[in-house]
Design a protein around this ligand. Structure first.
Ligand code: ADP
Length: 442
């Protein structure tokens, strides 16, 4: 009997199909398993590398998790610092849009409390000076700093602003603005300046009349000797008070930006102001037989106010004469020191101990109180020198040694101006300020 082939093949078809499907599935599963294994290897290697243990993925993964937690903590710490810092911090993108702003900065620039992120800085702060500062930092690639007054959504403010570059791209870098609110400080300072100026004004008239009457009494009447001595003491003391008041008024006006604005800078020849100052102090120097040697470069010009500059130099020469020994020499030099006019006043006096030198330019700071009073000092001379130098964009420094023969050198440094841009006005002709005259006569 012959077997029926159709029966046997029909029986095999589903079997073969199932086997083929099983084989395909097995191959696919094997491929998938191979792929997964590779993936696992890659993940393990990555975890290991992340955690610093490429050979041990489990340890690496544990380390990586630890690092992630530490990063989270550091971020939370940074966020807390940013939130509570009294300093305002704003991060700006290349287009001056606010990326991050902390609460201190929000209080300063955004009165509304609306979230400022994403807004343009100019929508919150209107200040061409701040824009210029940011542009300067971007252009130079360096940090830029200035104290600025600006109008913001929360009112007028004075703040010290630092612009720090976040990215190095020249031109359109991302920047960080660091703002310190000085509005209240400046308001209190201006109250103090106004108060001192008002009190000084009020005192000036009665003191002038006391001095006038005391001098008249001492000189024009036949007084008993004691009464004449009292009258002279009243006259001397009121002259000293008058000098203090004049110095206080001058300091107030130097601190006041409005009165500074009324002193437009003019070309000033250093030789002229030195000559003026030496002439003012001449009588006091002659009284102590002190010779004042002058060595001044005649080509030095600065931009400023001749009366104020002569006053500052006169204060230094006056101190050199006051504190220098009788029969000694005082030297006044002026030279061009790499584009800066340096005026040096040197004496052979007792010198100033180092411990006092940092505070010398403070108001009423004296090394030897009794000696200063006795020589008619107001305690304001060096504070005036410092302010006059600052108003002219300059500085004043002291170099002093207390060992014999060294004495003291004060140096005023001022930015030079080109002589050809200077007008024909020689500062020697400029009138000294009223307080310079009264200080000397005190
Ligand atoms: P004063 O009117 O008392 O001279 P200043 O402000 O001019 O006030 O000077 C402050 C103090 O600095 C003086 O009291 C004095 O002790 C000290 N001083 C200033 N110049 C000299 C100097 N050339 N030599 C020694 N001490 C000086």
């Amino acid at each position: 009997m012959q077997a029926d082939p159709t029966v046997s093949t029909s029986f095999l078809v589903p079997f073969l199909a199932a086997s083929a499907a099983a084989a395909v599935t097995a191959v696919s599963l094997a491929a998938l398993a191979w792929q997964r294994r590779n993936e696992h290897r890659r993940i393990a290697a990555a975890l290991g590398a992340l955690g610093g243990h490429s050979a041990d993925p489990v340890r690496g993964a544990r380390n990586a998790a630890g690092q992630a937690i530490r990063l989270d903590n550091a971020l939370a710490e940074l966020r807390a610092i940013l939130e509570t810092a009294p300093t305002g911090i704003i991060a700006l993108d290349e287009l001056d849009r606010i990326v991050t702003i902390n609460p201190a900065a929000s209080r300063l620039v955004s009165g509304s409390g609306r979230p400022a992120e994403g807004r343009l800085l100019v929508e919150l702060v209107r200040s061409p000076e701040l824009d210029a500062l940011i542009a300067a930092a971007r252009e130079s690639g360096q940090r830029a700093e200035a104290e600025l007054q600006f109008a913001s959504a929360s009112g007028m403010h004075v703040a010290s602003c630092s612009v720090v570059l976040l990215t190095r791209a020249v031109g359109a870098a991302q920047v960080l603005l660091v703002l310190e609110d000085r509005t209240e400080l400046r308001r209190l300072e201006s109250l103090r300046t106004d108060f001192v100026a008002n009190v000084s004004h009020e005192l000036r008239t009665p003191i002038t009349s006391i001095r006038g009457y005391a001098e008249t009494l001492a000189e024009s009447f036949e007084l008993p000797p004691d009464a004449a001595r009292f009258a002279r003491t009243i006259s001397r003391s009121s002259a000293r008070l008058g000098a203090i008041i004049d110095d206080l008024l001058l300091l107030s006006s130097l601190e006041d930006p409005n009165s500074r604005a009324q002193l437009p800078p003019a070309p000033v020849r250093i030789a002229g102001i030195v000559a003026e100052a030496v002439e003012q102090i001449g009588p006091a120097a002659r009284d102590k037989r002190i010779a004042v040697d002058v060595a001044v470069d005649p080509q030095l010009w600065v931009a400023g106010n001749a009366g104020l500059l002569a006053h500052a130099v006169a204060n230094l020469i006056s101190n050199a004469v006051k504190y220098g020994p009788a029969d000694s020499r005082v030297r006044v030099e002026a030279r061009d020191d790499a584009g800066t006019a340096e005026i040096a006043v040197a004496d052979r006096g007792p010198g100033i101990p180092e411990v006092h030198q940092a505070r010398l330019f403070e108001r009423f700071y004296r090394v030897d109180r009794a000696r200063s009073r006795e020589s008619g000092g107001t305690g304001l001379g060096l504070a005036i020198v410092k302010h006059v130098a600052q108003v002219h964009g300059g500085t004043v420094t002291v170099e002093s040694r207390t060992d014999a023969q060294h004495g003291t050198v004060f140096r005023i440094r001022l930015p030079l101006t080109e002589p050809e841009t200077a007008r024909q006005s020689d500062s020697a002709a400029a009138a000294p300020s009223a307080s310079a005259q009264s200080r000397q006569s005190a």
